[in-house]
Design a protein around this ligand. Sequence first.
Ligand code: THU
Length: 161
Amino acid sequence: MKHKSLEIKYSEYNSLDDLSELGQQLVIKARAAAKNAYAPYSNFHVGAALELQNGEIIIGNNQENAAYPSGLCAERVALFAANANYPDSAVKTIAISAYNAKGLIFDPVAPCGACRQAILESENRFEQPIRLILDGKDKIILVEGIHNLLPLSFDQNALNG
Ligand code: THU
C-alpha cells in the first residue's frame, strides 16, 4: 500500500482591479448575468461568463424549476450555449459570480461537481485547459485548469481503456 497526495494550485486576488482587463470584464459580465438568473426556489443567483477562442463572450445563469432536478446551473447553461452556437471554438476562461439574499457572496463561488465534470469535458473536447475565475466579495480565486478542482477525474479514457 502506498500513500499518495496530489497538489492543487490556485491564486487569490483581494480586489477585482488586480485581475487582467479581460478577467475584470468577464467578472462584470458574470455578475450582470447572475442578476438575470431564474432562481425563485433557492434565491441563490449565479452567473457565468465564458471567453471563447474566437473572442465571443457567452453568458449563462441558473435556471431553476419547480421540479428541482430539472433546473440547471449557470456554468452548464453557459457552456452548453457556447458549444451549441460555436461548436468549433474552445472555451478559454469561465468567470462565475453569485448573489444570495445579502448580496454578492463573500467567499468565491465554487462550481458544483456536475459542472466540474462538464468543464472537464469541454477541456478534453478542445484539448485546451480552461481558466476559472471564482468571484467573491472578499477575494477572487483564479484556477488554471479544471484538474485543480477535479483531480482523479472520470473521462473518455475510462470508457475506452
Ligand atoms: N448553482 C449554480 O448555478 N452554480 C453553482 O456553481 C452552484 C449552484 C445553482 C443551482 C441552484 O439553482 C442554486 O445555485 C442553488 O444550489
